[in-house]
Write a protein that binds this ligand. Structure first.
Ligand code: SF4
Length: 746
């Protein structure tokens, strides 16, 4: 059976160049290519894609972007428009019939729209009327917690800070955000282990690491500029270990599209020196196996000085690990003892190790426990707060970390709320609010909520699609602040509004002139972003201006004058600095375009944990063995996709053209299940709530994926994800481990 196995051997290369060119031409070559030269540049604008950091000014190239950065910019500067003509032609029901690619590629929204239930169409509305409708609902809430303020990771620090202030002045902490679905498990696990929920490495550490371990991450698609750092590390002889159920091109080899010599020779750099394909969700068992081997065979090689001085709980942890049984651990990892020893020896022989990870670790029911286990591994050899070493959760959205830092959290710290109260002279709510899972349940149950989405595509990003759609439809009002049309706009509450906002590339002019915003990347670097392009429509407003408009219409300006705060965003930053002293001389620091690094306690071996030490934490490995003929499915992005935004229907690195409804299977499973490559199946998921969830007509694609595992794209496969399957501490849904069976389509 021919294996659809990596017909593209390397990431990057001519394929990246050609694909980038295609997108620029498709969306409008002149404007989009011209815009690229300000992307990730000092005094330029920040990429609205992932949160991979920029090198220092002196190291930055004129073309400081990747193929997916090009797609993000082409998508934002597109000449296509989702204007009133579109909504005149099509009802919401007709638009709902379209596939995710077609819906998201209608172009930039041009003006505010109000949903008219009578004719099932969106119709233009003035900003003032739109703000008044929202104010009417927010003023007439039965209780403040009937309002839900959702945030996607594209939102700038300034917009996010105003948004949390608006919600808290209304009296709620209901701030579900996209990190609830992605790195929440990282934040919760790292807080308990080392006292801060952020990565502890900087870009420079990648130049010094001896070993880089990459768990459950596909940087080739989701953080492509990371490949440049991995390429440099590989060339200087660092060991790179990839642990992933799938064989991903970007983890195998890379041709840097901006390296002319390499492009001419077409000779790729091997990225992973070692590649281990494990079963989904088995990383925790693997990490425990590595630690058990080290403690049994090389206990002298642990960093005793560090452990004694900086950690707590080691002896209890050691006792627990030594009691673990090898057969169970190996069965769960599905690796051989030889492979476990090989990885352990690599870790042992490195004095400077960086561990990187993404959704493959966090989107599990044991996500938090897996992160705590990874921290145990790093602590064992003092790889926290050491040059060339540390923890590196790589964020998939440009400012998801910044939003959390400036207050987008359903569980804010008391210290933060006290600051807010003293700076703005009101009493903010203390009762913790809804994260994403609880927001959906509350909307579904109470049927009277006001849902406001600041960016993102809640309807398609959230699990349990059928339930989520019902929850949104049950709202009194749904409001989406967006640049492009997406599915969430078509799942309307009893009343619905679409409010179009400026993109990162566009000029943002307020009373006191052109404004810049700020973002925080995965490595706690805060820097400015300033758009220069003429906006896609003159009826667009910036995210801060939209929030200020809603706040002013709802709360007036007696307590806080939101309209004055947006007249010059440096005023918002002054308030952020008053509330968060770590933003030292915020406005000055961003003036020079370099930005600044936020203080990271763990990186300085200051442990803000209950024990005031870094904690070794004991967790039990879950038994993930499934019934006969059941497979574990993970949902994932294609290479032409950013979160739920589908730029195109290809997936070049996995050899897929013009298809989205496909399921990647191991050839042994295809044989076992009497299926064949190209055959169509229906997929059923099995969950504790016994609710039948099914998606139909998915094409079987034989791929280099771990036996017993399957993969499909979101949002097409998201209806299979039960809202009840989530981590018990972070409530991050289990998108990476869905128990499924397949049935041939008749
Ligand atoms: S690596 Fe991420 S941030 Fe950088 S250009 Fe690519 S998508 Fe944008």
């Amino acid at each position: 059976m021919e294996k659809q196995h990596l017909n593209i051997k390397s990431a990057g290369g001519w394929g990246a160049l050609i694909s980038s060119g295609k997108f620029l031409i498709r969306e409008g070559f002149f404007k989009s290519s011209q815009t690229l030269f300000r992307l990730n540049q000092t005094h330029g604008f920040d990429c609205p894609g992932c949160a991979w950091p920029d090198p220092e000014n002196s190291e930055r190239s004129m073309t400081e972007f990747c193929e997916n950065g090009v797609k993000a910019i082409a998508f934002e500067t597109t000449k296509k428009r989702a204007s009133k003509e579109l909504f005149l032609q099509k009802t919401v029901s007709q638009l709902n019939e379209l596939d995710v690619y077609t819906i998201t590629n209608q172009g930039r929204l041009t003006e505010p729209f109000y949903y008219n239930k009578q004719n099932d169409k969106y119709e233009p509305i003035s900003w003032e009327d739109a703000f008044n409708i929202i104010a009417k609902h927010l003023k007439n809430l039965e209780k403040p917690d009937d309002a839900i303020f959702y945030t996607s990771g594209r939102t700038s620090n300034e917009a996010a800070f105003l948004y949390q202030l608006l919600g808290r002045m209304i009296g709620t902490n209901n701030f579900p955000d996209c990190s609830n679905m992605c790195h929440e498990s990282s934040g919760v696990g790292m807080e308990e282990s080392v006292g801060i929920g952020k990565g502890t490495v900087s870009l420079e550490d990648f130049d010094k690491a001896e070993l880089i371990m990459i768990f459950g991450q596909n940087p080739g698609t989701n953080h492509p500029r990371m490949l440049s750092e991995l390429q440099k590390a590989s060339k200087r002889g660092a060991k790179i270990v990839s642990i992933n159920p799938l064989k991903e091109a970007g983890l195998v080899s890379f041709i840097h599209p901006q390296d002319i010599g390499q492009m001419i020779s077409n000779k790729a750099t091997a990225i992973s020196s070692h590649y281990y394909q494990v079963k989904m969700g088995s990383d925790m068992a693997l990490i425990q196996a590595i630690i058990k081997y080290i403690l049994e065979m090389h206990s002298d090689s642990v960093d005793k000085v560090f452990i004694k001085a900086h950690t707590s709980g080691f002896e209890e942890y050691k006792k627990n690990i030594l009691e673990k049984k090898w057969p169970f651990l190996l069965e769960q990892t599905s690796l051989s003892m030889e492979e476990v020893i090989e990885i352990s020896e690599l870790y042992l022989n490195s004095e400077k190790t960086i561990c990187c990870w993404a959704m493959g670790l966090t989107q599990h029911e044991h996500g938090v426990a897996t992160i705590e286990e990874l921290m145990n591994l790093l602590l064992l050899k003092g790889n926290i707060g050491k040059e060339g070493a540390g923890a590196c959760p790589v964020r998939g959205h440009s400012n998801v970390q910044g939003d959390r830092t400036v207050g987008i959290s359903e569980a804010p710290k008391e210290e933060f709320l006290q600051k807010i109260d003293s700076v703005f002279n009101f009493k903010s709510p203390r009762t913790h609010g809804f994260d994403m899972v609880h927001a959906i349940k509350a909307m579904h149950k109470e049927k009277n909520k006001v849902f406001i989405g600041l960016g993102g595509n809640f309807a398609d990003a959230a699990p349990d699609t059928k339930l989520t759609y019902e929850a949104l439809k049950a709202c009194n009002l749904t409001v989406h602040i967006s640049t492009h049309l997406n599915k969430s706009h078509l799942i309307c509450g009893k009343e619905a509004l679409i409010l179009p906002c400026l993109g990162r590339t566009e000029l943002d002019i307020q009373l006191h002139g052109v404004q810049s915003v700020t973002v925080e990347d995965s490595m706690s670097m805060v820097h400015s972003s300033k758009g220069r392009n003429v906006p896609a429509s003159r009826d667009l407003k910036s995210e801060p201006a939209i929030i200020a408009g809603i706040a002013n219409a709802t709360l007036g300006n007696k307590k806080v004058d939101f309209l004055d705060l947006i007249s010059d965003y440096s005023k918002i930053r002054e308030k952020i600095e008053e509330v968060l002293p770590s933003f030292i001389s915020y406005n000055n620091s961003i003036e020079n375009g370099e930005g600044f690094e936020l203080y990271n306690s763990a990186k300085n071996r200051v442990w803000k944990t209950k024990t005031k030490k870094a904690n070794f934490i004991v967790n039990e490995v879950p038994n993930l063995t499934l019934e006969k003929n059941h497979l574990s499915l993970m949902t994932m992005r294609s290479h032409d996709q950013f979160n739920t935004t589908v730029y195109d229907t290809n997936d070049r690195y996995r050899g897929i053209k013009n298809k989205r409804k496909i399921i990647f299977l191991n050839e042994k499973d295809v044989k076992k299940l009497r299926l064949s490559n190209g055959e169509f199946v229906n997929i059923q998921s099995h969950s504790r709530d016994k609710i039948k969830r099914e998606v139909l007509n998915f094409e079987v694609v034989v791929y280099d994926i771990k036996e017993g595992c399957a993969a499909a794209y979101f949002p097409e496969a998201t209806p299979l994800v039960s809202i009840e399957h989530h981590d018990k501490k972070s409530f991050t849904p289990s998108y990476k481990f869905i128990d499924i069976t397949l049935e041939k389509t008749l």
